[in-house]
Design a protein around this ligand. Structure first.
Ligand code: ACO
Length: 319
């Protein structure tokens, strides 16, 4: 079975930084409460007139350039998002248009909440061998500020805007293990959609917390079993950035050191399907990802959904 090799990464976030103190001017909260309960210090919000398309295209261009391919080399374009600029066409089609991707490069979105990027990666792993060319552009990201109720202190402190992107190659040489799951549950975390009167995100925070602590460690164990590996052999755990306390609790349950869990939640908050590709891009930029290292990505989100992927980082030049 073919696996995926990540050839290039990218990210784009709004410039507008919103600190906890900024939010404390709008709702009854404090920097101390938000940091101690979530680990978040600031997040980025798109300004009026900025679109998900512009951030997605910027992240995509970076990933394509770093992969050393041309847009016309792409055989598939996928995006995990729940806040596309239009109900239709899909966000990935708007990227397709902006980048002038070839007509035999299908494009579609995946709606799996914060698990959207990992759902898209596994979909690409399965589909790419059947496409015209072995390269895929995979994006994850949101403008969650568009569906966040800025008067609800229990949710407005958590979310942020941003997009991450990767370019992957389908190859037999890349080990790839994935695990996806879903438990249909509307009421834990839901939004009626951008145009709807009930567009705001509604969340039962404690239920999300419990769900994450049940499904994420289990997904990690499933991946290790599939790969026949021990948890110590994994060099980096890249978890969905929803809450520092969730990352900490998962690490404790898995008995892996927190130093192996990359975190950037303090700067961006929860960008849903964006958190994992944004983290991967930062890690690549900082030189944290070295050839031969094993990376485990783990996510959970509305649906309720969860997912994981275990793969090896490879230098492009080795191919
Ligand atoms: N500032 C100050 N006080 C607050 C705030 C706030 N921003 N928000 C809630 N409170 C108050 C509540 O009103 C409550 O007050 P009360 O005791 O007088 O009734 C008190 O703080 C405790 O509220 P809880 O909801 O019990 O707080 P909890 O410790 O559970 O923390 C949180 C809330 C941070 C949302 C937590 O439940 C959590 O992290 N859950 C995971 C949810 C998550 O990460 N979601 C991300 C999106 S989902 C996803 O990514 C899939």
């Amino acid at each position: 079975m073919n696996g995926l090799q990540i050839l290039g990464t990218g990210r784009a976030l709004p410039e507008h930084v919103v600190t906890n103190d900024d939010l404390a001017k709008i709702v009854d909260t404090s920097d101390e409460w938000i940091v101690s309960r979530t680990g978040i210090k600031e997040r980025r919000f798109a300004r009026e007139g900025e679109t998900l398309t512009q951030f997605a295209v910027e992240a995509a261009r970076q990933a394509i350039a770093r992969a050393g391919i041309r847009p016309e080399d792409l055989g598939l374009c996928l995006m995990g998002t729940v806040t596309s600029d239009n109900a239709t066409p899909a966000q990935s089609c708007l990227v397709h248009q902006a980048l002038r991707l070839p007509e035999d490069c299908p494009a579609f979105d995946l709606s799996a909440g914060c698990s959207g990027f990992l759902y898209a990666m596994e979909t690409a792993a399965a589909l790419l061998p059947r496409m015209s060319r072995p390269y895929a552009l995979i994006l994850g990201g949101e403008l969650l500020s568009r569906i966040t109720n800025m008067e609800d202190r229990s949710t407005c402190i958590l979310f942020g805007d941003g997009v991450g992107a990767v370019v992957v190659k389908s190859t037999q040489d890349a080990p790839w293990y994935a695990h996806l799951g879903a438990r249909g549950e509307r009421d834990i975390l839901w939004s009626g959609g951008m145009g709807s009167e009930e567009r705001y995100l509604h969340m039962n925070g404690q239920e999300v917390f419990k769900f994450a602590l049940e499904t994420v460690p289990q997904a990690a164990r499933t991946l290790l079993a599939k790969a026949g590996m021990e948890k110590e052999q994994v060099d980096w755990y890249v978890l969905h950035q929803a809450n520092h306390r969730i990352v900490e609790s998962v690490a404790r349950r898995l008995k892996v050191p927190l130093s192996k869990c990359y975190e950037n939640i303090e700067r961006y908050g929860n960008t849903s399907a964006g958190t994992i590709p944004i983290a991967l891009d930062e890690m690549a930029e900082q030189g944290l990802l070295k050839a031969g290292q094993w990376i485990m990505c783990l996510g959970f989100g509305s649906g309720m959904t969860w997912g994981g992927a275990l793969f090896q980082w490879q230098d492009k030049e080795e191919k």
